[in-house]
Write a protein that binds this ligand. Structure first.
Ligand code: SF4
Length: 255
């Protein structure tokens, strides 16, 4: 596939392509946000608040999957990743045991990430359609990706206590990402966390493409999660996923 059409690329209020900016930022405000996000990332990576998840992520990193036996797993919490000037925030459930927990970058190194970053690339929000390692050169443009829970949970199922323990990280991340206008919630778990945090009242029932207005003018945009279960069965197709990010672009003010 070729690069996304330039017309589809988001542009900043300064008139230039957002693709030239990453978390390093250019202006003073960008630099301050990037510094805040970097400090938060360091704090997240060092967190050991949830004993069950700490034990699980480290056991997975020690035992490893045979296909990755020669790789050193990350085995720590996985912070968010993307553009400090993002208008589109994407939130998943939690890192995959052999994906983010292996590579150290959210949605990186697994099939769900293949789907997500390919869709972001088609929407002009990512510099490349693949995401395989922390040093693969991927840059997000106008988008920031994170998870509601930062440690890989057994069976992809964090407990309510673990969810609540981790929520302050996303709250603080979003406070730093002050340009965010739309939050794409991947799956029902993320939707409940995001809608609750943003004070969505009343809360529409989760469904693919459902939009919920949050106080302050932000919109929560629901998507089916790009899990293998959903993509293999056709519950989520590429056109369905692309439609979500096309809508996110409109809600972000990029038309
Ligand atoms: Fe810390 Fe969140 Fe991991 Fe719990 S899930 S240990 S709060 S980073």
């Amino acid at each position: 596939m070729g690069p996304p059409p330039r017309a589809a690329r988001p542009r900043t209020d300064r008139g230039g392509p957002a693709g030239g900016r990453d978390t390093s930022g250019h202006g003073d405000g960008d630099r301050a946000r990037a510094a805040g996000l970097a400090a938060l990332r360091d704090e997240i990576v060092g967190c050991r608040r949830c004993p069950r998840l700490v034990a699980w992520r480290e056991e997975v990193a020690s035992v490893r999957r045979a296909a990755f036996a020669d790789q050193e797993y990350w085995g720590r919490p996985v912070p968010g990743f993307g553009d400090a000037a993002a208008r589109v925030a994407v939130v998943g459930l939690a890192p995959a045991a052999h994906g983010g927990n292996r590579t150290g970058r959210v949605f990186t190194g697994d099939r769900s990430g293949d789907w997500l970053f390919a869709a972001l690339w088609r929407a002009g929000l990512a510099s490349q359609p693949t995401s395989v390692a922390r040093d693969d050169g991927l840059v997000l443009r106008g988008a920031y990706v994170s998870a509601a829970v930062r440690c890989a949970p057994p069976k992809n199922a964090p407990t309510p206590a673990e969810r609540d323990a981790c929520l302050p990280f996303w709250r603080r991340e979003l406070a730093l990402l002050e340009d965010v206008r739309v939050v794409v919630a991947l799956g029902q778990f993320a939707y409940q966390v995001v809608a609750g945090e943003l004070g969505v009242r009343p809360r529409p029932r989760f469904g693919h493409g459902v939009e919920a207005c949050a106080p302050g003018g932000r919109t929560v945009l629901c998507s089916y999660h790009p899990s293998q279960q959903n993509t293999f069965t056709g519950t989520l197709t590429e056109p369905m996923f692309d439609a979500v990010f096309a809508r996110a672009r409109v809600l972000a003010g990029w038309g």
